[in-house]
Design a protein around this ligand. Structure first.
Ligand SMILES: Nc1ncnc2c1ncn2[C@@H]1O[C@H](COP(=O)(O)OP(=O)(O)OP(=O)(O)O)[C@@H](O)[C@H]1O
Length: 313
């Protein structure tokens, strides 16, 4: 394919080096990579002026994490540190274990029978899976927003008030509801219909309602599992704007299939993929974890390069 048909992925990235790496990919890696010469290179826009965050104040430290569903080791040996008030994206091809890893951060996998982990996740230095840790309290501090908006079949008000009520809050609910809806950038759209059913909202509004519901119990961390995959581009843009604002107060981890989204919103990006062991079993692995700008401009691993340029996955 002539070079003129290739799009420049990011500013300042060396075309010759990229081409050389591509050749290595062709010869060096697994069969999931497609024929690179036939495919256009994907354009990922990355704001290169964005400040690179450091990890001086980690919220989570993950070491040698493996996750098993029964005997099946779905994810193997993940080690990464999650910075406070940063947005960390997890990207990678379908089935590489992104959601599996995400669910470990608030022990949601505990709810799936037969699931266990090996290795360690520390939360502010404490073993998240320690025997003295209450998983319910973990899920209050580390909230989750799912792929499909899932409001309760209740009023907008009662959706937001639900979590605080369960936690025993009886006073000041009106303020909590208003603040949470403000923080989720939904207040102006719903302030006159708080008693209406949440199910009457649009998909994008429902997802912001779910974010407001998560915020209402005052978590420190918000996990988002493909939060925009069911939304149109306008609703997606609103959620992305919202994430940027929420990151001033919350630590956010997001799983996304949308690499542009990871490049647009995240401070750090983890690239996972699945490889096949000698027994023919696929295991998810963390290939590369770095500042998002590095992942999308100068990835260290050929497989990351191949994935972000659309050559496999
Ligand atoms: N509840 C479960 N029981 C058994 N295996 C599971 C379960 N959930 C996921 N798996 C397996 O674990 C592996 C990783 O799945 P996971 O859903 O975490 O990947 P993913 O990268 O999030 O995929 P996708 O991008 O398609 O959502 C897959 O092989 C999947 O089939």
């Amino acid at each position: 394919m002539p070079d003129t048909t290739r799009q420049q992925k990011t500013t300042g990235h060396d075309q010759a080096t990229r081409h050389d790496r591509s050749r290595q990919n062709q010869t060096g890696h697994d069969q999931t990579e497609r024929d690179q010469e036939d495919l256009p290179v994907q354009t990922i826009h990355f704001d290169s002026d964005r400040e690179a965050p450091d990890l001086v104040d980690p919220v989570f430290e993950v070491s040698d994490l493996s996750v098993f569903y029964g005997d099946y080791e779905a994810v193997r040996d993940v080690t990464m540190t999650i910075g406070r008030r940063q947005i960390t994206a997890m990207i990678g091809p379908s089935g590489c274990g992104k959601s599996t890893v995400l669910r470990c951060f608030n022990r949601m996998n505990d709810l799936i029978p037969g699931t266990r982990i090996a290795g360690k996740i520390s939360y502010h230095g404490q073993d998240l899976y320690g025997t003295d840790v209450d998983p319910i309290e973990v899920r209050r501090r580390i909230g989750m927003v799912f792929q499909k908006p899932n409001p309760f079949p209740k009023s907008i008000y009662d959706n937001i008030a639900y979590g605080p009520r369960v936690n025993g809050v009886r006073r000041g609910l009106d303020d909590i509801v208003e603040e949470s809806l403000h923080e989720a950038a939904l207040w102006d759209e719903v302030k006159d219909k708080l008693k209406d059913s949440a199910l009457a909202l649009s998909g994008g509004q429902q997802q912001r309602l779910c974010i407001a519901r998560t915020i209402a119990v005052k978590p420190e961390v918000i996990l988002m599992d493909e939060p925009c995959s069911a939304l149109d581009p306008i609703a997606t843009a609103k959620i992305e704007d919202l994430m940027q604002r929420l990151a001033q107060r919350f630590t956010i981890l997001i799983v996304t299939h949308n690499m542009q989204q990871a490049a647009r919103v995240s401070d750090r990006t983890a690239f996972l993929t699945a490889d096949v062991d000698d027994d023919g079993v696929r295991h998810g692995r963390l290939i590369e974890y770095d500042i998002t700008g590095h992942i999308f401009t100068t990835p260290s691993d050929n497989r990351t390069e191949a994935y972000i340029t659309g050559r496999f996955g």
